[in-house]
Write a protein that binds this ligand. Sequence first.
Ligand SMILES: NC(=O)c1ccc[n+]([C@@H]2O[C@H](COP(=O)([O-])OP(=O)(O)OC[C@H]3O[C@@H](n4cnc5c(N)ncnc54)[C@H](OP(=O)(O)O)[C@@H]3O)[C@@H](O)[C@H]2O)c1
Length: 294
Amino acid sequence: MEETTMILVTGATGNVGGKVLALLRADGHKVRALTRDPGRAAFDGGADLEVVAADLGRPETLAPALDGVQKVFLMSLGANKATHDAHLVAAAREAGVEHIVQLSTLGVEMAEDAESNPLGHWHRVAEEALRDSGIAWTILRPNGFMSMNLGWAESIKAEGVARGPLADVPEAIVDPRDIAEVAVRALTGEGHRGQVYDLTGPQALTAREQLAVLGSLLGRDLRFETVPLSVQREMMLRHFSEETVNGVIRTLQEAIEHGSELHGRLSPDVRRVLGREPRSFAAWAHDHLHLYRP
Ligand SMILES: NC(=O)c1ccc[n+]([C@@H]2O[C@H](COP(=O)([O-])OP(=O)(O)OC[C@H]3O[C@@H](n4cnc5c(N)ncnc54)[C@H](OP(=O)(O)O)[C@@H]3O)[C@@H](O)[C@H]2O)c1
């Protein structure tokens, strides 16, 4: 890749975007981090990093963020996903961006209507905006993130209990570090344009089995308590908009009623791109164990 290529990273203060940013910087690429609030964002200093204030919900802020940019890592959240990605893609076209690597979600091809699978449908519309743009694209469709289990940390520390709506649905959850590594390969390597990658871990595990892995590493007996969807909904409403929460609850309901063949399936794509096996949940848990210790 040319030394002069500037890569814009959205979600740069977040989970996957933060890791994409760190990997690109470590490899010496020119990067610009997008955040709504540079004052709040805690980026390590260094002349290599440009920080830009912009908001995917405010299209007028995006032209300056994209000025001089050739490549973008694009992520956005929840019910705003389709609108926010469409804003970025439109501004990127204007700015002459060459290639966008978009974070989507597993199963988009099956999310035909917003009614039965709102979550998948938001991502599907977002993908369509990019594919129709004329800009080169790579689409990453991850399964559930291993890091979602950090939501159990407080109750595990305090009570030895994890709570969630899905106890026994196997999911080949993926390490966000693998997602970020694939994103960086797609942004900086050859042969990834026009590719869709399904990103999973190496093993399908139910929530109870994930908890057993954590319990064995911690040397503690941990218990799983199934939470009714109504309670889960109230908990989520403390953090997310009603539209986003309703969409997620609808998707969870589908998984409870019909299981999830899709989410239990193993994909070869992490191995295809990175040339190694995806990280296991045991490896993820080992590296994050301190967060679960009282
Ligand atoms: N979690 C899962 O299990 C899972 C599974 C499959 C797919 N996904 C998809 O992965 C994505 C979530 O990735 P993640 O966990 O890395 O997200 P995250 O850590 O929750 O990302 C938060 C980031 O979003 C940025 N952001 C929020 N609103 C913004 C706005 N209006 N304009 C610009 N930036 C904004 C924040 O930036 P500032 O606050 O700095 O502005 C922050 O950097 C979602 O699209 C989700 O559907 C998740």
